[in-house]
Ligand binder design. Structure first.
Ligand code: UGA
Length: 441
């Protein structure tokens, strides 16, 4: 099928590439000339494992194209996806101006001669946005234009986006238009995944409700971790024990510094705002946010307790990205923590396997922060090691080397990556999250 994706950000680029990979003809549109030129040169503006090879293969096969022309995209695509940003506003509600603008632009390019078009919202949007898109397109398109509107939310995780797109747990298609639903089902035929067909409002709600539930799971285990600390229990064992119940599952029960990234913090805030606007306040989610924010402060207190003061201390920081396998530092707890340490007078030397460049570009640091691509070099003469991101290379670190390089053998592990018994054997003083039972043994 011929499809068009408007907005070549994370979701647009990865989705478009994967649609091309399964055999569709895809035109990716973006109004950012520089981004399109980068892509036309074969360069990828984000770090996402496996994506660069896939983009190249599909460009070479002629199934993936890039352009700045919305008109070309609207002409060529039977199905037109909107995948533009939906940033938060100061009050937590979603700024839908990019969606509105693209809906208008699509409408202005539509003509009755083009025939029926499906307009699909892939961006994460508040429930009832589909109605507004429909209204806008109807208002700005010439008379006689035929189209259907669909909500098809995306569930990809950064760092494993290609896998999540090619082998999704489920595909959600929401529309009140039979013709649009039939075309969408045809589009997804090459994918082996259950398809859930819903009305448009339910599909929009599924996305916010799913992300909120995952964030709830993280805050839940973090609250349990704090109880474990106070009662000399081990949160890793508790998570295992809870997770063995099939109704609960072990995933997203990793205690740590809490969630960050471009999705959860924004989406939870949005869902709180949406529920309030509908007269159904969702206070449980406010508690999820509170626990999440506390998690970093509790951890910083733990570090202060051992170091006494940050001033003039050299801190080795492992991790800048908001999670492993990405260079994304948006809403990264690692960056937030570095800022606090810098503000209190520490010198921070940071390592990250992918995110040093993005941290330099977007970190907005004021104090003295240095970077090193060598995780062990960061430790030289440092007063403590702080682990803030769950990269596998940190979990597999050489503990003897850590002990040898640090000035004082203090390790604060905000992601429970290391084994407490092994750290003890290596001569390290080790603090982690919710594992008082292991610390005490
Ligand atoms: C999340 C969802 O997982 C995707 O399904 C969704 O499509 C995406 O948001 C989106 O809305 O676009 P993502 O933000 O890429 O994906 O990252 P996650 O893997 O969900 O991790 C989010 C945060 O939670 C990270 O900071 C991570 O460190 C933290 N986390 C995750 C924990 O603290 N504990 C866990 O057990 C799992």
């Amino acid at each position: 099928m011929n499809i068009t994706i408007i907005g070549t950000g994370y979701v647009g680029l990865t989705s478009g590439t994967c649609f091309a990979e399964v055999g569709h003809h895809v035109t990716c549109v973006d109004n950012n000339q520089e981004k399109i030129e980068t892509l036309l040169r074969g360069e990828i503006p984000i770090y996402e494992p496996g994506l660069a090879d896939l983009v190249k293969a599909n460009v070479d096969s002629g199934r993936l194209k890039f352009t700045t022309s919305t008109e070309d995209g609207v002409k060529s695509g039977d199905i037109i996806f909107i995948a533009v940003p939906t940033p938060p506003q100061p009050d937590g509600s979603v700024d839908l101006s990019f969606i509105e603008k693209v809906a208008r632009e699509i409408a202005e390019c539509l003509t009755p001669e083009l025939g029926y078009r499906v307009i699909v919202d892939k961006s994460t949007v508040p429930v009832k946005t589909g109605d507004k898109v429909k209204q806008t397109v109807r208002r700005y398109a010439p008379d006689g234009v035929e189209f259907g509107v669909v909500s098809n939310p995306e569930f990809l995780r950064e760092g494993c986006a290609v896998e999540d797109l090619l082998h999704p747990d489920r595909i959600v298609i929401g529309s009140n238009d039979e013709k649009a639903l039939a075309l969408m089902q045809k589009l997804y035929e090459p994918f082996v995944a259950p398809v859930l067909v819903t009305d448009i409002n339910s599909a929009e709600l599924i996305k916010h409700a799913a992300n909120s539930f995952l964030a709830l799971k993280i805050s839940y285990i973090n609250a349990v971790a704090n109880i474990c600390e106070a009662s000399h229990a081990d949160v890793e064992k508790v998570a295992e024990g809870i997770g063995m119940d099939k109704r609960i599952g072990r995933a997203f029960l990793n205690a740590g510094l809490g969630y960050g990234g471009s999705c959860f913090p924004k989406d939870i805030k949005a869902f709180i705002a949406i529920s309030e606007s509908l007269g159904q306040p969702f206070d449980l989610l406010k508690e999820v946010e509170r626990i999440n924010a506390d998690q970093m402060n509790r951890f910083l207190d733990k570090i202060r307790e051992k170091l006494w003061v940050f001033r003039d201390k050299k801190i080795a920081l492992w991790g800048l990205a908001f999670k492993q396998n990405t260079d994304d530092v948006r809403e990264s707890v690692a960056i937030r923590m570095a800022k606090v340490m810098l503000k209190e007078g520490a010198r921070v030397i940071a390592n990250d396997p992918q995110a040093i460049a993005t941290a330099k570009k977007f970190g907005e640091f004021e104090g003295e922060i240095d970077y090193t691509p060598d995780m062990y070099a960061a430790l030289d003469d440092a007063d403590a090691l702080v682990i803030a991101t769950e990269w596998p290379q940190y979990a597999n670190a050489d503990l003897t080397e850590i002990a040898r390089r640090l000035r004082t053998p203090l390790v604060f592990d905000g992601r429970n990556l290391l084994d407490p018994a092994d750290t003890k054997a290596a001569g390290l003083e080790y603090e982690c999250i919710g594992r008082a039972a292991v610390d005490a043994s």
